[in-house]
Ligand binder design. Structure first.
Ligand SMILES: [Zn+2]
Length: 414
């Protein structure tokens, strides 16, 4: 049952507000990006930090105007260089904590001009060692945001996304197993840990077990999974799906969920699997199979009549469930959940089937402590204490920690 080493990356979405007397509209967006990137670089000098520029390759912009020439790359200012400063044939984002613009819902004045700007900070590719150590670098970054002195806010439309990959490369089989586990755990576990406020938003929370193309196409031609259409592979990996009873976790439509799982396992390529996970309206769902070529660049659709070449690539499973957080324990817990799901998916058929069997057994007993038992099945019981506290905060209408009554980030003492 040996599992494979996994990799992690995250994306944090946050809003930086104007100070009193500053100009509304887009004019100060680059200044705010610069301010955010500079404060991170100053406070965390040991980590590689870069920012997206707005200049053309030959000129400079407000973000990079005072940078040494070797730190001005096409579209990028390096603030704290990595060693080496970049890798040939790899996206520069793989190496840096990166500050970029992000189109977020921000407050505006009476003329519709923006009073704040949305940004995203992405992590470099992090190793399992970093995760096992409790994400100390991420803790530094979150601390620097809280000590920045900038007026920062976030709301539950701001996302916290995790990209989980496999060091030796993504495979169709691993991606199918991960998507299967997510189908089972999405409503009873992932939804609960994303806060009610975020999960009630039709636009920001799109469960694959309710709104993916797999779900919508699954029952177009069939009422149930018969022997004639059944995927033998699904039967090998997950037992007894035909005996599922209607329950909240399967939206009271067990046959429909079974058909969708069957569709997943009949899929013959990573590209098609990624397409089937999109929402039936064509949006990214809360789980995305993010397809990448061997060099790390975003994959493009295979030409008609050809198959994709995505086996063994740095493609990732992107978990887009939780809202942004400034709390390292929240970020760490979600990172562990995403990584654990993918790690289980790298195990062999028998070991995976055992976990799926245990999950299904717990799903049959729907009571208040079901989520605790599911964490235990995932071997994440050490998280139970944290989630008890966090679920109480959600109940007290505090979906994001460390915000004041006006929604602004409470500074952390230096
Ligand atoms: Zn620039």
């Amino acid at each position: 049952m040996s599992s494979q080493e996994i990799t992690l990356g995250w994306e944090l979405e946050l809003i930086v507000h104007l100070q009193p007397g500053e100009q509304s509209g887009l004019a100060l967006e680059a200044h705010k990006l610069r301010a955010l990137a500079l404060t991170l670089a100053e406070q965390v000098p040991n980590l590689p930090i870069a920012a997206h520029c707005i200049h053309r390759p030959s000129a400079s912009c407000i973000i990079c105007e005072d940078a040494p020439a070797e730190h001005r790359l096409p579209h990028v200012r390096v603030l704290n260089p990595a060693t080496p400063i970049q890798l040939p044939n790899r996206p520069i984002e793989d190496l840096y904590y990166f500050v970029k613009r992000e189109w977020l819902n921000v407050p505006t004045d009476d003329d519709g001009e923006r009073l704040a700007h949305g940004f995203e900070i992405t992590s470099p590719i992090l190793s399992q060692t970093e995760l096992r150590a409790g994400l100390p670098q991420t803790k530094q970054i979150l601390g620097a945001i809280r000590k920045s002195g900038l007026p920062i806010s976030a709301h539950t439309e701001c996302g916290l996304h995790f990209h989980v990959g496999v060091k030796s490369g993504m495979t169709l089989s691993i991606a199918k197993k991960a998507a299967t586990l997510v189908m089972l755990l999405e409503l009873p576990l992932l939804k609960k840990f994303a806060s009610e406020e975020r999960s009630e938003s039709r636009y920001w929370f799109i469960p694959i077990s309710k709104r993916s193309k797999f779900i919508s196409f699954a029952d177009r031609y069939h009422d149930e999974v018969t022997d004639a259409i059944a995927s033998p592979e699904l039967r090998q990996h997950v037992p007894d799906l035909a005996s599922m009873k209607p329950a909240e976790w399967n939206s009271n439509e067990p046959k429909r969920l079974h058909l969708a799982l069957n569709e997943i396992w009949l899929t013959d390529s990573i590209w098609r699997l990624s397409m089937g996970l999109f929402s039936y309206e064509g949006q990214k769902a809360s789980l995305v199979l993010c397809t990448r070529e061997k060099n790390g660049e975003t994959a493009s659709e295979p030409a008609p009549g050809t198959t994709d070449n995505l086996e063994g690539t740095p493609s990732t499973l992107e978990f887009r469930y939780p809202p942004m957080s400034f709390d390292i324990d929240f970020v760490k817990s979600w990172a562990e959940i995403g990584c654990k799901i993918v790690e289980i998916a790298t195990r062999d058929t028998a070991a995976f089937r055992q976990v799926a069997t245990d999950v299904l057994k717990e799903l049959e007993r729907n009571d208040a402590s079901q989520w605790e038992r599911l964490l235990k099945v995932l071997d994440l019981d050490h998280q139970v204490g944290f989630w008890r506290q966090q679920l109480a905060r959600f109940d007290e209408d505090e979906p994001i920690r460390f915000l004041d009554d006006d929604g602004f980030l409470i500074p952390q003492k230096k």
